[in-house]
Design a protein around this ligand. Structure first.
Ligand SMILES: NC(=O)c1ccc[n+]([C@@H]2O[C@H](COP(=O)([O-])OP(=O)(O)OC[C@H]3O[C@@H](n4cnc5c(N)ncnc54)[C@H](O)[C@@H]3O)[C@@H](O)[C@H]2O)c1
Ligand SMILES: [Zn+2]
Ligand SMILES: [Zn+2]
Length: 371
């Protein structure tokens, strides 16, 4: 159970209007240990290093990973941390070494912070940046706030073209690059392939949308949430399988003449779904893991050793964000399809309730808009 932490006698978030506060404070969603969070006053971030920018949040969202944090699954997140690693905003202030952006620019905030200079960044592995990686809303304060400090701003922010649908671009902070890089690119989806995506959450759907750049012949979506499967069908899935109601392995074998799939994308993060991928991959196929796993999973080398399969893992690098932005601008990709709910930023507690009960609420992505 998540509880709303509010000090006695303190005004409720809604009545504490911005004009009543001084310019050094802001409102933010703060983690206070497993099951505890509150929308409260925090100091407004300032420039600490010359490479930083401070961004005023326009729109942000909640990720499945934030729910993991709230449950206490990510112990590196400590009491007092502002959560959130997605969003779009306006540059409020830049450090003296920032050259790509200036005050007033509209930007996409990447969930991955990267210096662009270290050995890993030079390889395009921004997620392993020696002075960055996934730190926002994790090791440093994040985006579910009125303002956020972004280190290495030149490489960690992306300019928003004039006239773009900014709400849709919130999906470029994390979801779309994750589905595309960890699922579609690592899985090497090719024209004519038969692919299966296990997990029809926002990430699985992002893989579904971006896999279609490569014209796979069949896209089989597997989940236990009937609503999400039906949504997947409208987004291009050719087959849907409710693995809670039917035997997914048998059905996939039947659909593929006993062969299995060319690419199995794991987008859940539990042992059962990675095991399923191992059972449905065809000889020569790829298993592309996206899910964050908290438990060990059995690798069935006793059957896979002879099957010429490739298994990949990846933390999203967000190196494809500029490319994906172009596909959104040219309307090849419509990420606003993923948005099911809208809230004001100061209704973030309510938004967590909705997103945390996704099956009941039929939620995929919620958008929080600042005043
Ligand atoms: N590798 C990365 O860089 C990266 C980045 C972001 C998110 N992730 C991970 O990707 C995964 C998916 O993220 P999401 O936001 O879509 O999560 P989500 O929880 O919203 O969606 C997961 C889906 O899996 C389904 N599911 C659960 N158990 C299942 C089972 N046994 N069989 C079939 N379906 C099952 C659920 O019904 C749900 O629809 C998570 O593990 C997340 O932490 C990884
Ligand atoms: Zn995320
Ligand atoms: Zn780096």
């Amino acid at each position: 159970m998540e509880t709303l932490v509010q000090e006695p006698g303190k005004k409720s978030p809604e009545t504490n209007a911005p004009e009543n506060r001084d310019s050094k404070t802001m409102k933010a969603l703060v983690y206070h240990g497993p099951g505890k969070k509150s929308w409260e006053d925090k100091p407004k971030p300032t420039i600490i290093k010359p490479t930083d920018a401070v961004v005023k949040i326009l729109k942000t969202t909640i990720c499945g990973t934030d729910l993991h944090i709230m449950k206490g699954d990510v112990p590196a997140v400590t009491d007092g941390r502002i959560i959130g690693h997605e969003g779009v905003g306006i540059i409020e202030e830049v450090g003296s070494a920032v050259s790509n952006f200036k005050k007033g620019d509209h930007v996409i905030i990447s969930c991955i912070t990267s210096c662009g200079k270290c050995e890993y960044c030079k390889k395009g592995m921004y997620s392993h940046c020696e002075d960055g990686g996934w730190i926002l809303g994790h090791l440093i304060d994040g985006t579910q706030a009125e303002y956020v400090r972004i280190p290495h701003a030149d490489n960690s922010l992306y300019p928003i073209p004039a006239g773009a649908d900014e709400e849709a671009l919130v999906m470029l902070s994390d979801i779309l690059p994750t589905g595309f890089e960890c699922g579609v690119l690592n899985g090497q989806v090719k024209p004519g392939d038969t692919i299966a995506i296990v997990g029809s959450g926002p990430i699985g759907i992002a893989a579904l949308l971006t896999s279609q750049f490569y014209s796979p012949a069949e896209i089989i979506m597997v989940d236990m949430d009937e609503n999400r499967l039906n949504v997947a069908k409208t987004f291009g899935a050719t087959q849907i399988i409710n693995s809670g109601l039917e035997n997914a392995v048998e059905k996939i074998k039947r659909l593929t003449n006993g062969k299995g799939v060319d690419v199995a994308i794991e987008a859940v993060g539990v042992p059962a779904t990675f095991e399923l991928c191992q059972e449905i991959v065809a000889p020569g196929g790829h298993i592309a893991n996206i899910g964050v796993h908290g438990k060990s999973v059995t690798l069935h080398l006793e059957t896979l050793w002879s099957q010429n399969v490739t298994i990949t893992t990846r933390l999203v690098d967000t190196v494809t964000t500029p490319l994906l932005l172009k596909t959104v601008q040219s309307k090849k990709l419509a990420p606003n399809q993923l948005i099911t709910h809208h809230f004001r930023l100061n209704q973030v507690m309510e938004a967590y309730e909705t997103f945390g009960n996704a099956a009941k609420e039929k939620a995929l992505k919620v958008i929080l808009t600042a005043d």
